[in-house]
Design a binder for this molecule. Structure first.
Ligand code: GDD
Ligand code: MN
Length: 354
């Protein structure tokens, strides 16, 4: 079996020697190379060169002067430069135990998957190495939010933010990736549907040095998350906007033809609701409908929701006007914005749920 082990490093000089020693010891019977992708300002590069000279397996260094994409960018660069299609990604600080690599390899060899992720949150796994309670909470909460935002893609993934995984790089669509900091696995899984398996592992304490996680990485993560989701949401908004215009045009035409405004408004609304459904099937949720319920069930849920929403909006406007003394236009605008968000959530989480 031929394997490329990709290790992103940022100032990990005191960890490199021990990491290479433990990887080499764990790689009996595997033809492996180690590729360090380094953005360090300390002596990491020197230590890698030193270790490479005497290591029992090939050790390569890619030193980047411009750290494009941070950790995630380094991982993608390592996958591009790897000798083998089978790539394992792990941190350089020994929080990912090299002794677990054979477990990932065995799961991959069992076949039927493109990627094996080592999870801190699967039954026997542990996130113990997340130094303090705040990080444990942040990690748990961001995992929950992320899973809620990608209910289908991440259905079988308990730890989409893990940095320890094995994949066949041919399954990844490099061109579409926009790596930004730490969450490279999420980027890979959210962009393309892959067959994923998980194995539990214990996130250990750092061997030496300090974590590079920071408030800035947190901001990076939120930008990445909205970027990944925004594509769908903005298409959904465009279709909704076009629908509103069509709604008014139909209403106007029917009134011109002599119809009373109430039936004209109802017909305009219904035609728009159905038109929106057809467009969103084709352009927004096309990648999700395969795993969702049948078309008539989706149709009933979507049309039912939109009609219910239109009915509920009127009393909500009245409520806002009467209790908060808002102008009716402002109240209507607030309900439209809220309705858009709720409608988007309802469609991604219910209508197109697997
Ligand atoms: N090349 C490169 N460039 N490497 C980086 C950079 C960078 O800008 N920033 C961090 N690294 C390297 C570190 O040197 C280390 O080898 C690895 O990426 C992980 O960084 P840590 O600083 O040890 O991160 P952590 O332990 O706090 O976070 C780990 O757990 C997170 C989940 O809680 C990582 O595995 C994250 O990927 C993971 O999301
Ligand atoms: Mn770490």
């Amino acid at each position: 079996m031929q394997l490329s082990i990709i290790v992103p490093t940022y100032n990990e000089a005191p960890n490199v020697t021990e990491l290479v020693r433990r990887i080499a010891a764990a790689m009996t019977g595997v033809d492996a190379e180690i590729v360090f992708v380094d953005d360090s300002t300390d002596a990491t590069a020197d230590v890698v060169h030193e270790v490479a000279a005497s290591a029992p397996l090939p050790v390569r260094l890619i030193h980047r002067d411009v750290a494009t994409g941070g950790l995630g960018g380094a991982v993608v660069e390592g996958m591009r430069a790897a000798q083998n299609d089978l790539c394992l990604v792990m941190d350089g600080d020994l929080q990912h135990p090299p002794e677990d690599i054979p477990i990932l390899l065995r799961r991959f060899a069992a076949g039927d998957v493109d990627l094996v992720a080592a999870s801190r949150y699967l039954h026997d796994g542990s996130a113990q190495g997340l130094a303090d309670r705040t990080r444990v909470l942040v990690s748990r909460a961001s995992t929950m939010i992320t899973k809620a935002m990608f209910p289908i893609r991440l259905r079988d993934v308990s730890d989409p933010m893990t940095g320890f995984f094995l994949l066949d790089r041919r399954a990844v669509d490099y061109a579409g990736l926009k790596p930004r900091g730490f969450k490279i696995l999420l980027e890979i899984l959210a962009r393309k549907s892959l067959r994923v398996a998980e194995v539990p592992f214990r996130f250990a304490d750092r061997f030496a040095g300090e974590s590079k996680a920071s408030f800035r990485q947190g901001v990076n993560f939120l930008v990445q998350l909205t970027g990944l989701r925004f594509g769908k949401m903005s298409l959904f908004a465009i279709i909704g906007g076009l629908g509103a215009i069509a709604n008014l045009a139909i209403m106007w035409a029917l009134i011109e033809l002599g119809m009373h405004y109430i039936p004209a408004a109802i017909i305009g609304a219904e035609v728009t609701i159905i038109g929106n459904f057809i467009l969103q099937e084709r352009f927004v949720f096309q990648d999700m409908k395969g795993e969702a319920s049948g078309i008539w069930s989706r149709f009933a849920k979507s049309v039912g929701f939109n009609n219910g929403e239109a009915l509920v909006r009127i009393p909500v406007i009245a409520l806002l006007v009467n209790t908060w003394h808002l102008s009716s236009i402002i109240a209507a605008a607030i309900t439209l914005v809220l309705a858009f968000i709720v409608r988007f959530m309802f469609h991604s989480l219910v209508v197109y749920a697997p």
